[in-house]
Design a protein around this ligand. Structure first.
Ligand SMILES: [Zn+2]
Length: 167
């Protein structure tokens, strides 16, 4: 009985009531906010038969590594057999552990499109070029059969890569 009267103190209540809303706002950022992004889509342009996408990646982590590769291969094992022009072999599997992150984006977009459309991955072609490697800026181009499917694939692929890089 006497304890109840002593807990907190009536005078402190107004103070608590004022500070709570502020604390909530800081603890729960709006749902539109995203976490740190290693790969950011700067622009997407639909051109006849292909989508041109400019991206920026964290220059420090612009290259894939075995951990990132295996994280994405769990959901997308078919990436290994994609036809790919590279210095090592004939497939993307030859370079997936040590290629540029934008190149990984390119192949993930192709994989997602092939899966969504139910077509073989060699239906689609893509290219990746650095605009400025030191700044992590690149342009990725991928062909499509349905531009909306391709746009969604770019968005989903960027999200998957960012998720995998956060781990
Ligand atoms: Zn390739």
């Amino acid at each position: 009985m006497t304890d109840e009267g002593g807990v907190g103190g009536v005078r402190k209540l107004p103070q608590n009531a004022r500070t709570l809303p502020d604390a909530e706002t800081q603890d729960f950022p709006c749902s539109g906010c995203v976490g740190p992004a290693f790969l950011r889509i700067d622009s997407i342009t639909v051109q006849p038969g292909r989508i041109v996408c400019e991206v920026t990646v964290d220059p420090v982590r612009r290259t894939t590594d075995p951990a990132l590769a295996s994280a994405l291969l769990r959901e997308h094992p078919t990436l290994l057999s994609h036809a790919c022009v590279n210095d090592v072999g004939d497939t993307f599997g030859d370079v997936i552990e040590r290629t540029s992150v934008p190149h990984l984006l390119e192949h993930l977009v192709i994989d997602l499109q092939a899966r969504t459309d139910g077509r073989p991955d060699d239906t689609f072609v893509g290219t990746t070029e650095w605009i400025d490697e030191g700044e992590g800026r690149a342009v990725v181009q991928v062909s499509f059969t349905d531009d909306l499917v391709c746009l969604r694939a770019f968005r989903d692929a960027a999200e998957k890569i960012n998720d995998a890089m956060l781990r």
